[in-house]
Design a protein around this ligand. Structure first.
Ligand SMILES: [Mg+2]
Length: 399
């Protein structure tokens, strides 16, 4: 079998999402995806990777992963080179599953459990839909697409939101009410008034539903270390489950200092690319939960190594979502195949909303748990309507 074409697709509406389809001489096609900088990733795939991959055996996944990342400018990052390699790697695993007639989680070693707990990342329908990736600006609150405008909800009525999630069996939620003051003060300091306001959602949740809801706190790497530590201490009475990316994830020493200053777990980080920066974080006792985005860190090939690395350090694994629908499916396959998966991220405004405009299947979520994907490969394809969209940007490099 050999790779005969690399095809990329992106749309103006969902401008962060890039899909890759890997075509073969036997007619089987693998589907992969990445998120952010879709145009730049597309260019890298066609300008640099195509001539390295066309004509190669797509089932030599490890070897091709090395071919894609063995570039002088692709050094342990979630940059364009790694996002491109991730999308193609995911497509190769999809292809492998299709060739063998098995789901990707089986190809990765099989199910470790029959269902996995999810938490709801409280984004709304329009969150990160536009190209601008600065925080707060991309919240796009106010869409009336459906009942799950959860970002507006956590900012205004977090207690009712927690109750609504519990009604559907979801017992963990992630929120980021500290982003507005971080953006306002460039992450340098937080006033007493800002602190009070950002803590309000935590008060409302605990008051309304007690400790039946777990709360993960996302900080999006917006704070300096002393302010992040001040916020960490202020939130401790509300017993959050984890603090995610409180500072820039480029100093294991600084994050270790943070981790030592609070009783709450630290989660790091989907912004890390490849297992090497994770090892550095683990070596320095800087993180408790290992979060990975397979669409950024090097695909399923690298993601499963990071999960194994976390397990070697007795740390749980927690795959990221809040990006695109194929990446979500890939994350669910990875989650089920890894014995140290703690919980899977999910966004109900996405999996009940725009994901369904684009793909044939989304993972089933029932009673706060996700079920394994069915069918060979990832079990998800782009809908025919995607190929007909007037805003589609389509490129193909052929053998
Ligand atoms: Mg995050």
């Amino acid at each position: 079998m050999k790779i005969t074409a690399l095809e990329t697709l992106r749309t103006k509406e969902f401008s962060n999402v890039l899909w890759v389809r890997v075509h073969t001489d036997e007619g089987t096609v693998g589907l992969g995806e990445t998120f952010y900088g879709a145009g730049a990733v597309e260019a890298h795939i066609h300008d640099t990777l195509a001539h390295r991959l066309l004509g190669k055996d797509p089932l030599r996944i490890e070897a091709l992963n090395r071919v894609m990342t063995d570039l002088p400018m692709a050094q342990s990052s979630t940059g364009v080179e790694y996002r491109a390699a991730s999308a193609i790697d995911i497509a190769l695993w999809d292809l492998f599953g299709k060739v063998c007639g098995q789901p990707v989680h089986q190809m990765l070693g099989g199910l470790t459990t029959d269902r996995l707990r999810v938490y709801n990342t409280c984004a709304g329908y329009g969150y990160v839909r536009s190209n601008n990736i600065r925080p707060v600006d991309t919240w796009n609150i106010g869409s009336d697409e459906g009942p799950y405008e959860d970002l507006a909800a956590f900012m205004t009525d977090a207690g009712a939101l927690a109750e609504s999630l519990l009604e559907s069996g979801i017992t963990a939620m992630k929120i980021w009410p500290f982003d507005p003051p971080a953006q306002e003060n460039r992450g340098l300091f937080i006033s007493a008034e800002q602190m009070r306001k950002a803590i309000e959602p935590f008060e409302k949740i605990r008051k309304r539903v007690g400790d039946s809801m777990e709360i993960m706190v996302e900080f999006h790497s917006l704070w300096n270390l002393p302010t992040a530590m001040k916020i960490a201490r202020a939130l401790e009475p509300y017993e959050p489950t984890w603090y995610e990316d409180p500072i820039r994830m480029n100093s294991s020493q600084a994050l270790a200092e943070y981790a030592a200053a609070t009783d709450v777990w630290v989660c790091a980080s989907e912004t890390l690319g490849t297992r090497f920066p994770y090892k550095d974080m683990l070596d320095h006792d800087a993180t408790h939960v290992v979060m990975v985005d397979l669409c950024w860190t090097g695909g399923l090939t690298e993601g499963r190594k990071i999960a194994a690395l976390a397990d070697t350090y007795h740390r749980p694994f927690a795959p990221h979502d809040c990006t695109g629908p194929v990446g979500f499916a890939a994350a669910v396959h990875a989650s089920f195949s890894q014995p140290n998966t703690l919980i899977q991220e999910s966004v109900r405004a996405f999996y009940t909303g725009w994901y369904r405009e684009l793909v044939t299947a989304v993972p089933t979520i029932r009673d706060g748990h996700v079920l394994p994907m069915e069918g060979p490969g990832l079990g998800v394809e782009l809908l025919p309507a995607v190929f007909e969209r007037p805003d589609l940007v389509h490129r193909k490099s052929e053998l």
